[in-house]
Write a protein that binds this ligand. Structure first.
Ligand SMILES: Cc1cc2nc3c(=O)[nH]c(=O)nc-3n(C[C@H](O)[C@H](O)[C@H](O)COP(=O)(O)OP(=O)(O)OC[C@H]3O[C@@H](n4cnc5c(N)ncnc54)[C@H](O)[C@@H]3O)c2cc1C
Length: 441
């Protein structure tokens, strides 16, 4: 199970590390064994799921627990409407297994290639004003803690630990298995639309509630937005629906091409986008999980902040000024999504209805400066960064944004008193472990 591999890197290939030990367990006992051995050797441990985070979250120079082989659906309980899976299982595999059983996950983001535990640990989300982040679908999970023991957590066993573990950045232990609540399989009607940015921002709250799932994309040098509304429907999938799923993939490939041109002449990007423009997207019906996500082969870098829902119009208006002044045009649209308030202490949606503002850029230096400009603007509007995306926030910046910050730290002190699951990134965003703060009730 311990392998001689050298460099681990993220999907975006913008972050890499050289772990001293690279361990790829296939069974739970091997996870516990690796954690115990690391504890005895005084080594740190970080877990990697599918590597689809954009920052140093999973990086370590000690022990990397790579869960890409610790996968599989263990049980589907049709009566209880739950599915139990190993932590490394990709969301696509879960959706496919559930489909066969007439069940589905209620909501996921634009990607289904990430591992279930990675998605849980970073506050992953899709869109829909009645939908909390992905980890709210977790009914129970099993955590291997720093002494190698397994802890079974659920709402009715230890609600405090469970709430904390639901968004825990890999800082509390290794999530071994996860039980997710499901819903009966459903279809969605995808309805594309377009309107003026200011008109939409003027009625933003009403728009956010106008369908089960809504999102819009906006190219910052234009005044128009492309909206998308997804409505639950009993209608069957439209003929050829499978092809529609790839329309967004093809659009991202066009963005990749325009981004290449922008490396040499940033001002050429709007023109390239016009030349490469595709036809208007069409309305269609398909299974929910095939509408939510689409294949994303083109590498990029992304930053996303969770804002109080009512701050989104101000954020977009301020971004319009700042990004136009900046002059390096990202070919990717700014993406806006919405979600319900969450109660997991480190959830970026904690305690408030949320608007998610996401900026995507090609992976070159000039473009990443756009992200820095946007980050400070969104931070000033009480934004909380997506834990898995690019950002520079420190524990000092983050602490006041999370009302239950200390409660999470107390859980951390209790479960990982030696800081075994800490790395440079965790140290930056959470600060050191304070084992003295163990009492959390
Ligand atoms: C193309 C693309 C599209 C994306 N779309 C969205 C989107 O729509 N919505 C959204 O919210 N995010 C999105 N993201 C971000 C991404 O989905 C999340 O950051 C997610 O964490 C990635 O999961 P992963 O399995 O790759 O985790 P990794 O990146 O491998 O790990 C992320 C964190 O989870 C921890 N972790 C992983 N497995 C375990 C475990 N078993 N136990 C304990 N900790 C663990 C790791 O230690 C690390 O801290 C997107 C990313 C990409 C690249």
């Amino acid at each position: 199970m311990t392998e001689r591999r050298h460099i681990w890197q993220t999907w975006s290939r913008t972050v890499r590390c050289r772990p001293a030990q690279w361990v790829a367990p296939r069974v739970e006992g091997q996870i516990a064994e690796a954690v115990r051995a690391a504890a005895e050797g005084g080594l740190g441990v970080r877990v990697a799921g599918a590597g689809h985070s954009f920052n140093q979250l999973a990086c370590t120079e000690d022990v990397l627990l790579d869960l890409s082989r610790y996968t599989g659906v263990l049980d589907i309980d049709r009566h209880a409407m739950t599915v139990t899976v190993r932590g490394g299982t990709r969301l696509a595999e879960i959706s496919a297994a559930l489909d066969g059983a007439g069940l589905a996950l209620a909501n996921i983001g634009t990607l289904d290639a990430q591992s279930v535990a990675g998605a849980i640990s970073t506050g992953n989300h899709g869109t829909g004003i009645a939908h909390r982040p992905f980890s709210a679908q977790v009914a129970a999970l099993r955590l291997i803690t720093s002494d190698g023991t397994a802890l079974d957590l659920a709402d009715d066993t230890d609600p405090e630990l469970f709430r904390a573990a639901r968004t825990s950045l890999g800082a509390l232990g290794v999530i071994s298995t996860v039980t997710l609540r499901c819903v009966p399989a459903f279809n969605l009607r995808s309805v594309p639309g377009g309107e003026r940015l200011d008109g939409l921002l003027d009625r933003f709250a009403e728009w956010a509630h106008s369908a089960d799932h809504v999102s819009f994309g906006w190219l910052p040098w234009t005044e128009d937005v492309a909206t998308r509304a997804w409505h639950r429907t009993d209608e069957p999938p439209t003929r050829g629906a499978g092809r529609q799923r790839y329309a967004t993939t093809v659009d991202e490939m066009r963005c990749g091409l325009a981004g290449l041109a922008g490396r040499w002449r940033p001002a050429a990007v709007p023109g390239m986008k016009r030349i490469l423009a595709s036809g208007a997207p069409t309305e269609y019906v398909d299974a929910g999980h095939r509408i939510f996500s689409f294949p994303q082969p083109i590498k990029f870098l992304a930053l996303e902040h969770a804002l109080p829902l009512e701050s989104v119009p101000t954020a977009l208006r301020e971004l319009r000024v700042a990004l136009r002044r900046f002059g390096a045009y990202s070919p990717y649209s700014v993406l806006v999504r919405v979600g319900a308030a969450d109660d997991s202490p480190l959830s970026p949606a904690y305690g408030r209805a949320t608007g998610y503002v996401n900026l995507t850029v090609p992976r070159t230096a000039r473009y990443t400066e756009i992200l820095r400009t946007a980050e400070h603007l969104l931070r000033d509007l009480d934004g909380r960064p997506h834990w898995g995306k690019a950002h520079t926030a420190t524990a000092e910046v983050l602490r006041p944004r999370y009302p239950e910050w200390e409660r999470f730290q107390a859980v951390r002190g209790k479960l990982d008193p030696s800081g075994m699951f800490c790395n440079e990134y965790i140290g930056r965003v959470l600060g050191p472990v304070d084992a003295a703060r163990q009492v959390y009730s």
